[in-house]
Design a protein around this ligand. Structure first.
Ligand code: 5RP
Length: 230
């Protein structure tokens, strides 16, 4: 079974957690895209929910799917967010931001009573860090911020280079919030909470892709079926 089919299976299982009237955070990425499409089918069949998208891309998908949307200012408290992840560990800490939406994703997750990660088995890891950690930074002072981010990783016991994310055309990738992304290649993050604290303290860092204490449940789809991790 392809990774994309597994992503769709995880997304389909997550629909079981959606109830009429819910205020939903809608994640970003290829797995979340399946969820939005499947949720749209339910909405068109009569399910009444309201969604807050975590990116402009998801906003467009959700609108096309017929899902009623709101902003977090209109609906500041959400019941459930369903989102993908780049890596998720057994303690349900996760790396997100491969799609560059980590800032809105974290704001929406933090405003939700519950966050569910949907993922294919390849995202399930013993220790976070093989996937380069996205760190969203303001463009001003990029070079000192990059150096400070590398120093923070070194001080947290996981040294590694930070690279400015670029588009296929070679331009700096710009997030929905107008920021840049540094991808930190660390290999293994032994102390995610320690690294999170150090990164958050760097001036110029807007947000990092470590999601700690936010995910309540993971739906993992593998060749042998879909399982729930809590
Ligand atoms: C976007 C994200 C995505 O959820 C993450 O990159 C996983 O993407 P995909 O479902 O395409 O594998 O964090 O910022």
């Amino acid at each position: 079974m392809s990774a994309d089919s597994l992503k769709r299976e995880a997304a389909a299982r997550a629909l079981d957690f959606v109830e009429p009237g819910m205020r939903l955070g809608l994640g970003t990425g290829s797995t979340a895209k399946h969820f939005v499409a499947l949720l749209g089918e339910r909405v068109r069949a009569g399910l009444d929910v309201v969604g807050v998208p975590t990116s402009e891309a998801t906003r467009a998908d959700a609108e096309a799917a017929g899902i009623r949307l709101a902003t977090l200012d209109e609906v500041p408290a959400l019941d459930l967010t369903v989102d993908g992840a780049d890596e998720i560990a057994p303690d349900l800490s996760a790396i997100k931001g491969g799609g560059g939406a980590l800032l809105r994703e974290k704001i929406v997750a933090a405003a939700s009573a519950r966050m569910i990660v949907i993922a294919d088995e390849a995202k399930w890891v013993d220790t976070l860090g093989r996937f380069p950690l996205p760190v969203e930074v303001v463009p001003f002072g990029l070079t000192p911020t990059l150096r400070a981010v590398e120093a923070a990783a070194q001080a947290a016991g996981c040294p590694g280079p930070a690279r400015l994310r670029r588009t296929a055309e070679g331009h700096a990738f710009v997030t929905d919030g107008g920021h840049f992304i540094l991808d930190l290649a660390l290999g293994r993050i032994a102390d995610p909470a320690g690294l999170a604290d150090r990164l958050a303290a760097v001036p110029g860092v807007v947000e990092h892709g470590l999601f700690i204490g936010l995910v309540r449940l993971a739906v993992i789809a593998g060749a042998s079926g879909v399982r729930i991790e809590t």
